[in-house]
Design a protein. Sequence first.
Length: 211
Amino acid sequence: MRNERKYKIITLLSLALALLLLGLGVREPFRMATAEYRQHEEYVLKGAQIYAENCVQCHGPYGEGVVGMPLNRAEFRVDPASPAGKEIYAYLFDTIARGREGNAAHYQWVRVKTPEGKDAWMSYTEMPAWLKEHGGPLDEEAVKALTLFIMYDDPSGSQWYMVGDSSKAPIPAADLTPDETGVIPLPTPTCPRRSTSPPRPCCGIWRRPSA
């Protein structure tokens, strides 16, 4: 009887342990997903602060674009873990890290003609490098936070309202803003490039989708 009781206790304890481990296994993916979500949100909040302190003057408090390219664009608001998101993340991170070529002869947006003869806007303004490795003031974590802030996957672009009137950077005069909004990149860059190692992306042309 004693052995039988002993075996029953061992069996019950083994069953309880198995159920406990099963429960932990089921909860682990959820726990990890929750932790990743919280970390992502922290990056976005940090990125909003960095944007407000450094980027508003050229890109606008709502990412609408001033002398710099518009950043509040639907094609940027994608999941960074998706195949398309990884490409966009790499493009934005690299651009922020190393800056963009410009032309000192032009300070702001200039009206130009595309190869097809359509009106477009060209931003010749040079963008400085922001990553310390390339002479900028930010570390990799800060550049990552800024990139994830721009890519925050909300169809309404709500992350830009975390900046808005709270911006610490000076707001440029309204006459510096081009009258074109919702611009998209054209595939053919036309601004001058100078030799750099590694080369920085050209500023390119931006135009309305309906143009």
